[in-house]
Design a protein around this ligand. Structure first.
Ligand code: ADP
Length: 187
């Protein structure tokens, strides 16, 4: 199973990706998590990325692609993967197509988890209380949503054109959303 998850910040991509990872026994590859890992390790890349992430902006395409390429080359990704947070713009979508073609693993499904932007702001405010992410302040969240609408949402059409896109409703319980995704994948 080679799956790309799409959706606004706070749409529940990360939560659903973790459940799908258990279900299908394939790795959940989140570029946000990879970047946060680099920040914790205080690598040069991590320190540079933190400044950009804390403003809610996108980290350089080549840098994120490099991290992703490394991660996809690990053994556990041989039988598939769940991509969360990449691609985030059309340039990355093209880069990903090229990379996956090179390694002979084209994406089989792209799933958009659709949620209302106002709902998303409320969800992230709750997450901020629990996780304390420095990019989850209300102002930065609004900027991240704008970036999503301007740069990331066109990626949905990219996958529509490739005829691999399905859309599921992201409201309701975590289990309901999971069932909607599973029924798309089992179809
Ligand atoms: P969310 O889905 O809630 O926005 P993520 O953990 O996916 O959170 O991403 C957090 C931040 O990491 C983004 O706002 C961005 O700065 C950076 N980031 C993650 N993935 C990418 C990517 N593919 N390209 C550029 N920046 C990225």
């Amino acid at each position: 199973m080679r799956l790309v998850l799409l959706g606004a910040p706070g749409s529940g991509k990360g939560t659903q990706a973790k459940l799908l990872k258990e279900e299908f026994n394939i790795p959940h590859i989140s570029t946000g998590d990879l970047l946060r890992g680099a920040i914790v390790e205080k690598t040069e890349l991590g320190l540079a990325a933190k400044i950009v992430m804390d403003k809610g902006q996108l980290v350089n395409d080549e840098i994120v692609l490099g991290m992703l390429k490394d991660r996809l080359s690990k053994d556990d990704a041989r039988d598939g993967f769940i991509l969360d947070g990449f691609p985030r713009n059309l340039v990355q979508a093209d880069m990903l197509d090229v990379l996956l073609k090179e390694i002979n693993m084209p994406a089989e499904h792209a799933i958009l988890i659709a949620v209302d932007p106002e709902e998303v702001v409320g969800r992230i405010a709750k997450r901020a209380e629990v996780e304390g992410r420095t990019d989850d302040t209300e102002e930065v969240v609004r900027d991240r949503i704008k970036i999503y609408e301007n740069l990331t949402s066109p990626v949905v059409d990219h996958y529509k054109k490739h005829e691999v896109l399905s859309e599921v409703l992201g409201t309701g319980t975590i289990e309901q959303v999971q069932q909607r995704i599973l029924s798309v994948l089992r179809f």
